[in-house]
Design a protein around this ligand. Structure first.
Ligand SMILES: Cc1cc2nc3c(=O)[nH]c(=O)nc-3n(C[C@H](O)[C@H](O)[C@H](O)COP(=O)(O)OP(=O)(O)OC[C@H]3O[C@@H](n4cnc5c(N)ncnc54)[C@H](O)[C@@H]3O)c2cc1C
Length: 463
């Protein structure tokens, strides 16, 4: 406990909160500081479980006045682990999960602790959805502040492209609205600049009409055909309309019920897709993928949107050790595919994945500097998900990810800030173009010159 935090200081803080103030000896402290990645085991001096904007303001003012490090937990998913700090104040926003849909305007307001499942749950009541990620227990806050993409972003834009406004608590404890009309410079920076400029307490999104079912599924290609399939995939998916999104995941086959037991645990190429039109047209578009080689199996059909959105959750539950490395690829070239196949063959655990989403579509038609999210024209992302259970395997798992990443650097241009582990200052810069970085630094000077918000992929103020 930092010296200055005596009983009366803490009592003063507690008296001003609607939520709980948790100290290390309190029940609930360990659960509140736990995040998705089991690699991260940090112990804040105190945790404020915020129940609203007032609590957030109290927490920000307290941390600033006491000179304490401040960490913000939204969904707690981020692999870098910045949602929790050692010794400082952690603002746990995960209880702020109110979600309100305006079906007439086709908008939703989601509080800062919402998971994607919360928003899907409420918006689907009105046949609506937001553009978000593909695992339902991911936090809306961190995902959106980095950019946010998933199954419908090729058609409807990134999460930030659908953000209408945000309520923000700045480092001086003020509550601002950021939108294209109000504090538009802050609004620009929030859309890709992460939590560097303020704490967003709620987000207002435009929704897309969707569901309740979507034509979607997985085709499982053989690893023996991986080279030929990936070469085909690299070209084919780029010809598809924005309504069809097809990704690729190389991993050891999980025990999926539609896969023959003999395939379980073998290396495979999973080809999941979502089509936002009618089934008949979708079947035609997907046919060349089904006919390629001799797929092991497929599970294709009309699936409820909420079921599809949580269909991959079971592969990435909380608590495992995780280390990610990622880049944006200039193209999915033959030489890059060779590296993917080589490193897939050396995966250090059966839970590792090489995840290759196709990105082009509505996001890439927006001007490159429309928001702080850079590299909008990226065709593919190469995401190296290293996942394992035992601390004793750390060294070999980290080495695999780093070697794989290093040997594919030649094909890369930039990185998605939300896929960075704790990789140092230069990697944060790599997530932005020079022009965007300069603008972000100016914003940091304006909104957080003392760098109170630094437990993040940090953009330092210039002074
Ligand atoms: C299994 C898995 C699947 C994923 N899938 C996708 C995907 O499909 N698409 C995609 O785009 N990304 C995806 N991601 C990446 C994801 O976007 C990031 O991990 C994101 O940071 C998670 O947000 P969170 O709120 O859950 O995380 P947290 O760890 O709670 O927050 C991450 C950081 O964001 C900042 N932050 C959080 N809340 C706030 C707030 N309210 N105000 C200001 N700053 C805040 C803080 O700096 C914090 O350290 C995935 C991640 C995982 C682990």
């Amino acid at each position: 406990m930092p010296k200055q935090l005596n009983e009366s200081t803490l009592e003063g803080l507690r008296a001003n909160l609607r939520g709980e103030l948790l100290l290390p000896e309190d029940a609930g402290y360990d659960a509140a500081r736990a995040i998705w990645s089991g690699m991260i085991d940090r112990k804040p001096a105190l945790i404020i479980q915020c129940l609203g904007t007032h609590d957030v303001v109290q927490g920000v003012n307290f941390a600033r006045e006491q000179g304490l490090l401040l960490a913000i937990k939204g969904g707690g998913h981020n692999v870098a682990g910045n949602a929790v700090c050692d010794g400082g104040v952690m603002l746990d926003l995960s209880l702020m999960r109110s979600t309100h849909v305006d079906p007439k305007r086709k908008t939703v307001r989601a509080d800062a602790g919402c998971l994607l499942s919360d928003v899907d749950h409420e918006t689907q009541l009105f046949g609506l959805a937001i553009s978000g990620g593909i695992v339902s227990h991911t936090g809306v806050a961190g995902l959106t502040l980095g950019g946010g993409f998933g199954w419908i972003s090729r058609k409807h834009g990134l999460s930030i492209d659908n953000l209408l406004s945000a309520e923000v608590v700045t480092a001086d404890g003020k509550v601002l609205t950021a939108s294209s009309e109000e504090n538009s410079d802050l609004f620009w920076g929030l859309r890709g600049g992460g939590g560097n400029f303020g704490i967003v307490t709620s987000f207002e999104f435009e929704c897309a009409p969707l569901g309740p079912e979507v034509f979607s599924g997985i085709i499982v290609q053989r690893f023996e055909d991986a080279k030929a399939y990936m070469q085909f995939h690299a070209e084919y998916v780029r010809t598809l309309p924005d309504d069809m999104t097809v990704w690729m995941v190389v991993r050891h086959a999980p025990p999926l019920p539609f896969l023959d037991q003999s395939v379980h645990g073998k290396l495979v190429v999973l080809v999941p897709f979502v089509y936002l039109g009618d089934r008949e047209k979708g079947e035609k578009l997907i046919q060349p993928i089904r006919e390629f080689g001799k797929p092991h199996a497929e599970a294709i059909g009309m699936n409820p949107w909420t079921a599809w959105q949580s269909g991959f959750d079971g592969l990435v539950p909380h608590g495992a050790r995780n280390y990610w490395k990622s880049h944006h690829l200039r193209e999915l070239s033959s030489a890059c595919i060779d590296k993917v196949i080589e490193f897939a063959g050396k995966m250090p655990s059966d839970e590792c994945e090489v995840f290759i989403p196709h990105m082009e579509g509505a996001p890439s038609r927006m001007p490159e500097n429309a928001t702080a999210y850079a590299f909008r024209k990226t065709p593919f992302v190469l995401n190296i998900h290293t996942r394992w259970q035992n601390g004793g395997d750390d060294e070999k798992c980290l080495a695999w990810a780093r070697d794989f990443h290093g040997s594919t650097e030649q094909f890369a241009n930039g990185v998605y800030v939300n896929f960075l582990s704790d990789e140092g200052e230069q990697r944060v810069k790599d997530a932005y173009t020079e022009e965007v970085w300069q603008r972000l630094t100016q914003l940091k000077d304006k909104y957080d010159p003392a760098n109170l918000y630094r437990m993040n992929q940090n953009i330092k103020p210039s002074a």
